[in-house]
Design a protein around this ligand. Structure first.
Ligand code: HEM
Length: 439
């Protein structure tokens, strides 16, 4: 086990801290901070034990929950035990492919409008563009038309809440006392109140109207527990909607942003993608749900981009009781950090791990690596509920952008990662937007 006193060395130096290199050092890496034991688990077999085989022993860490609870309540991301199980059962049908199909047109509409607003030759911050489009998509697919009058207000409140909860930075890395991680203050309180007011109004109006629409809100309102026949209370709905709103946009925006960066660096892959998109879309500006299966290269590009830059690059668990991971003992109370980033760059799982090579994910390509060597959406029972939603959204936005535009990297600009709660490019991602001759 690697001794790593680096946490103590680097506390407070977050922006200069090369987390990634350190995390990739060995199957299990151990340190002690403020008397708490912290373990980095970088082996796919051990991760499988934590997320699947012995999952009951590894609830989510308290630090993470304390940080997000004042904002997300008891939403899916942080709830536990029987309550989580029931809520997941209730929400799951809303994410079945058959239901997602109804959301594709709203995604395409937002993506086409985004691309229509671009100007030839202009440098634009791709991170900002992707954040705006994914926020609009999540707002519309969650609430349908109901949020159109409030989309600006919801967006602002969401940004404040993300900033305030993100202030603590590496929450997943540390096992910190509650008073240090709980967001507070007037700005935070006001943003929660704004969001609550809007979400509660939308839920009340929709309940009163009895109307059913093709959005996630209607699907969640209709959801009934198979065993008890009960639906969700207003409070549960509020927590799940706010959770889906938060979990559902920044991660996808980041995945898209890194995808454009990587395509800007890899002209061959970019040309292959353009050719696929042109052929499938023909005269159209964005794909339909049915087109998606005819865009396999777009999917491979997304998967490879999330391998190199997994938006949720790190998450954490707590060992409830003693356990054994191979030769390593995990004592009860251990704080465990799992990093998709580190696993995705292990050379024994991924030959030439730093190379962007979408063909790794070609149908029928090598599959002898352990299953959990790739986990951009986590794994086991707590796997991301929105993974198909995100993959569909990624393909639609990417295809709509690529149809008419080519995004060029800025020469000489060194693009670095900013590992906060999610893995953003430091300082955003300016790129030059060029109209394609063929577009
Ligand atoms: C590329 C985009 C996305 C990435 C990389 C991502 C990543 C993840 C990861 C790694 C987890 C597991 C965290 C853990 O085990 O501690 C997770 C959970 C979750 N994600 Fe996503 N996510 C994405 C998009 C979405 C979308 C679009 C939605 C909703 C519309 C969503 C909703 C959720 C929820 C509710 C959970 C908690 C699930 C549970 O514990 O039952 N995510 N996500």
């Amino acid at each position: 086990m690697e001794g790593a006193s680096f946490l103590a060395r680097t506390l407070g130096l977050a922006p200069r801290f090369d987390v990634m290199a350190t995390l990739a050092k060995g199957p299990v890496c151990y340190t002690k901070l403020l008397g708490k034991r912290i373990y980095f688990v970088n082996d796919a077999e051990y991760v499988k034990r934590i997320l699947l085989d012995n999952v009951a022993n590894y609830p989510k860490s308290a630090t993470y929950r304390n940080n997000l609870r004042p904002f997300l309540g008891d939403g899916l991301l942080i709830s536990e035990g029987d309550f989580w199980k029931r809520q997941r059962r209730l929400a799951q049908p809303a994410f079945h492919l058959r239901r997602l199909k109804a959301l594709a047109a709203a995604m395409a509409d937002a993506a086409v409008r985004m691309a229509a607003g671009w100007q030839h030759g202009r440098v634009t911050d791709v991170m900002i563009e992707m954040n705006a489009v994914t926020m609009e998509i999540v707002a519309r697919t969650l609430f349908g038309a109901d949020v159109s009058g409030n989309i600006g207000e919801v967006g602002e409140a969401m940004t404040v809440l993300q900033e305030e909860t993100g202030r603590v930075g590496f929450t997943a890395f540390f096992d910190l006392p509650e008073f240090l991680t709980r967001p507070r203050g007037r700005r935070f309180g006001d943003a929660v109140a704004t969001l609550d007011r809007i979400v509660n109004r939308i839920v009340a109006e929709r309940r009163a109207s009895g109307e059913t629409r093709d959005d996630l809100l209607s699907m969640l309102l209709e959801a009934r527990d198979e065993e008890t026949g009960e639906g969700m209370t207003d409070k549960q709905l509020r927590d799940e909607l706010v959770t889906l709103f938060l979990a559902g946009h920044e991660t996808t925006a980041i995945a898209l942003t890194w995808t454009f960066h990587l395509l800007g660096q890899n002209p061959r892959a970019e040309a292959l993608l353009q050719a696929e998109v042109d052929e499938v879309l023909g005269e159209r500006d964005a794909p339909s749900f049915e087109d998606l299966e005819r865009l396999p290269y777009a999917r491979m590009v997304a998967e490879e981009a999330m391998r190199l830059y997994p938006p949720a690059y790190v998450f954490s668990r707590r060992a409830a009781g003693d356990d054994q991971l191979g030769p390593y003992r995990m004592p009860a109370g251990a704080h465990i950090v799992i990093s998709p980033y580190a696993l995705h760059r292990r050379p024994d799982y991924w030959p030439e791990p730093d190379a962007f090579w979408p063909e790794r994910f070609a149908p029928g390509a090598r599959t002898d690596r352990p299953k959990l060597a790739y986990l951009p959406f986590g794994g086991g029972a707590r796997i991301c509920i929105g993974n198909s939603f995100a993959m569909m959204e990624h393909a639609i936005v990417l295809a709509a952008a690529v149809r008419h535009w080519q995004l060029e990297s800025i020469p000489g600009r060194d693009v670095k990662t900013e590992p906060r709660i999610t893995l953003r490019p430091r300082g955003g991602l300016p790129m030059r937007v060029m109209r394609r001759a063929a577009g």
